[in-house]
Design a protein. Structure first.
Lengths: 651, 107
């Protein structure tokens, strides 16, 4: 028997924090703002931990069986055939997600206390951060697609608010808008997918859809493919995949902890989570799965190549995030959902760490983000250096760091999918090489060599920032040791069983060896170019001007979208909608109505002469007319007078 | 001769008188320029109406009509008091009582 787990409190506590700090924050003392902001996610994390402990039946809690459902007693939408409840479901998948979100989220809250200490919008910042946690936990706990959509839109809102947190900066405000608008395109796909789900299954509840799909073997391809592709469009928007990835690099305008929490560890993984949550649909459409895999692999490679030449430390990490999300999509696309979620988890650890460490570096050298102006920070920022090293090794995929296990699980699953899968595996392998290269490039440029800007006097960050770094570093090192077998076995009720191992002996070991070897090559090239011969990169760039320019300008995708989508849309809005419809049609109609009133007024104005006697005359005339109307028997008179008029007219 | 006085005056005569008085009032109201004359015309119309009230009350043996006449008289007295005060105020302000020139209310 299940005891109550109070999972509805998990989103609600951060929401309370948002309300308190959002409304009263500017009037409260700073220590109280900090306390509220930290207590809310801590309490939520505590509740998640309690739920986890009772799931595993550790520590004297009543054991709970999953999935565990809590439904709001008041019906949410009840219209005819449509019946949707506001329900939360805790299962293995959402439990893992919640642990990551509230755990990493809490660490980043602590980090933010140090990072944002001197910002004017301290309370506003934390209220937004709590708001994000509220929506993200709603998204993850959702028992049906509509509740998920509420969270989905909500995290988009929080992301918008936090990207544009320093709204005085035009670039930040623009980046916020860009993220919001690009996400709208994805949300459009999600919405259409939901409508199709309703039309075909009559329900949005994930478990009921799964049951209906299981009952009828006729659900294969066709409409299921369309639904899956619509959902995929939504996922590419939120998770910054091709072709909607363009908002994520710009989102780096937000404060660095925000980049770590929202644009690396949690929100951008919502698309992966959504696909895993709806995996039954994707399982019934091999075509949609193939598209997911190709989108993932293409994005991974594409973003990694751009990441090679970026000079802004946060932008390198942003492209790396896109690339790693591509891995997760690849994992989903080869139906290795547990591997994708595994990578999602380890990525949350090491990418949050990378961003926070980058934030610590930026903080230390006074807001500078250009890699070319850093260097030699190893001795000045020892804690940041060592934690970042752990993260770099993890993301590059070295044994025994976390990234090694999860990345290999995805690549292995891809390799097992026949010849097409091997091609995807190869793309993933090349991406791993590029990943190792650009991460070590960043590492060398930041920490090694000599300081390139002597006027900077770096100082190590306060412990409120270093503490989360250390914890995340430990997780980046050990987070993968749980192993994909145990992880997949735990997730199996939510995401389906893991594909059987290959019959070829030691295949996984060989593939792992290949991945590590490739990562070593990447490291070696970075070492060669950025430590041994620091002049070399410029020569390489000069020798290959066309590819270098292409990469440095991010394949001109922004320009391409600007010319093909934004400009025509703006032109259409300005000329057709603005001039013809708004100014012409609507404005003309308004002017016409106003003109009629003005004209009638000008006519009637003559009556109001101010002359008492003319008023009296009208009064008398009116009275006389009434009298006439009352006294004359019109029924009798009309025909006679009519005849008279006709007669006069006739003669 | 005695027959002339012993006979009652027909109702229609009273009503005719009332109508004539009312019309005189209306015409005076419309054509006179002096505000005081206009005011007097209003009184004339009120009294013409009073006359027809009394006539009908007498014919129908209903006392309500006569009571109503007292109401009208009372209101007319109050109106005369207020109206004359306004007229004095207007005269003080504008040194004229010509209705045509008191036209500040026009647009």
């Amino acid at each position: 028997m299940n005891g109550p787990l109070y999972i509805w409190l998990i989103p609600l506590l951060p929401f309370a924090g948002f309300l308190l700090n959002g409304i009263l924050g500017s009037r409260l003392p700073k220590w109280l703002v900090t306390t509220i902001a930290l207590l809310a996610p801590l309490a939520a994390f505590g509740l998640v931990l309690r739920a986890a402990l009772s799931v595993f039946a550790i520590g004297g809690f009543a054991p709970s069986s999953l999935p565990y459902v809590e439904t709001c007693p008041i019906p949410w939408i009840n219209a005819g055939m449509l019946h949707i409840d506001f329900s939360f479901v805790l299962d293995q998948l959402s439990l893992v997600m919640l642990l990551v979100i509230t755990g990493v989220g809490f660490l980043i809250h602590i980090y933010s206390v140090g990072y944002m200490a001197h910002d004017e919008g301290y309370a506003r910042y934390f209220s937004y951060l709590n708001l994000f946690l509220f929506f993200m936990t709603v998204l993850v706990l959702a028992g049906n697609a509509l509740v998920m959509f509420v969270g989905w839109e909500g995290v988009g809102l929080a992301s918008y608010l936090l990207i544009g947190f320093w709204f005085q900066k035009t670039t930040a405000a623009e980046a916020g808008k860009k993220a919001f608008i690009v996400n709208r395109i994805g949300d459009f796909g999600f919405l259409i997918g939901m409508f199709l789900l309703l039309a075909n299954f009559g329900t949005l509840t994930f478990s009921e859809i799964a049951i209906k799909l299981g009952q009828d073997p006729g659900w294969q391809g066709g409409v299921v493919t369309v639904i899956a592709l619509c959902l995929l469009l939504g996922a590419t928007g939120k998770s910054a995949q091709l072709p909607l990835y363009i908002w994520l690099p710009d989102a780096m305008e937000g404060p660095t902890p925000v980049s770590a929490l929202i644009h690396a560890a949690t929100m951008v993984t919502a698309g992966v989570y959504m696909i895993a949550r709806n995996h039954v649909l994707f399982d019934h459409s091999p075509f949609a799965l193939g598209v997911v895999a190709i989108v993932g692999a293409a994005t991974a490679l594409f973003a990694a190549t751009i990441g090679l030449v970026q000079n802004d430390i946060k932008r390198v990490l942003a492209y790396s995030t896109i690339s790693q999300l591509g891995y997760m999509f690849l994992g989903c696309g080869v139906a290795a959902y547990s591997a994708a979620i595994f990578h999602l988890m380890t990525h949350a650890f090491f990418k949050a760490l990378l961003f926070l460490a980058a934030g610590s570096v930026i903080h230390a050298i006074g807001g500078e983000q250009d890699l070319r102006k850093m260097g030699g920070l190893r001795k000045k920022l020892p804690v940041t250096f060592w934690t970042m090293t752990a993260a770099v090794l993890a993301i590059a995929g070295f044994f025994p760091f976390a990234g090694f296990f999860s990345k290999d699980a995805i690549l292995y699953a891809a390799f097992l999918q026949g010849p097409g899968g091997m091609a995807l595996w190869f793309v993933g392998l090349v991406t791993a090489l590029l990943t190792a290269f650009y991460m070590f490039r960043l590492w060398y440029l930041t920490f090694m060599g000599e300081a390139r800007s002597p006027e900077i006097h770096p100082h190590e960050s306060p412990w409120s920032m270093l503490g989360p770094l250390v914890i995340l570093a430990l997780l980046s090192i050990g987070g993968g040791w749980i192993g994909i077998e145990r992880f997949a076995a735990f997730l199996a009720p939510s995401t389906g069983a893991r594909a059987a191992d290959s019959t070829i002996p030691h295949l996984e070991l060989m593939l792992s060896g290949a991945a590590v070897a490739v990562a070593l090559i990447g490291w070696f090239i970075a070492d060669l170019l950025y430590r041994q011969k620091p002049a070399q990169p410029a020569q390489v760039a000069a020798a290959l001007p066309v590819p270098y320019k292409l990469l440095a300008n991010k394949y001109y995708v922004d320009e391409f979208y600007g010319a093909t989508v934004v400009k025509p849309l703006l032109g259409f809005s300005k000329y057709v909608l603005g001039w013809v419809v708004d100014a012409g049609l609507l404005g003309g109609l308004a002017w016409l109505l106003g003109g009629i009133a003005t004209f009638a007024g000008a006519l009637l104005q003559r009556w109001q002469s101010g002359n008492l006697r003319s008023y009296a005359a009208w009064l008398a005339a009116g009275a006389a007319a009434l009298l006439l109307f009352m006294l004359v028997p019109w029924n009798a008179v009309w025909p006679a007078s009519l005849q008279l008029i006709l007669k006069v007219a006739g003669h | 001769m005695s027959s002339l006085f012993s006979q009652e005056v027909p109702i229609s005569w009273y009503l005719l008188l009332s109508a004539v008085l009312f019309s005189l009032g209306v015409v005076g109201f419309l054509i006179k320029r002096n505000l005081i004359t206009v005011f007097m015309s209003i009184e004339l119309m009120l009294n013409a109406v009073n006359l027809s009230f009394v006539t009908f009350a007498h014919q129908r043996h209903a006392v309500k009509g006569q009571i109503f006449v007292f109401f009208v008289m009372m209101v007319a007295a109050a109106e005369a008091a207020v109206g004359l005060a306004i007229i004095i105020a207007i005269f003080r302000a504008r040194a004229t009582l010509a209705v045509d020139r008191i036209d500040l209310m026009k647009l």
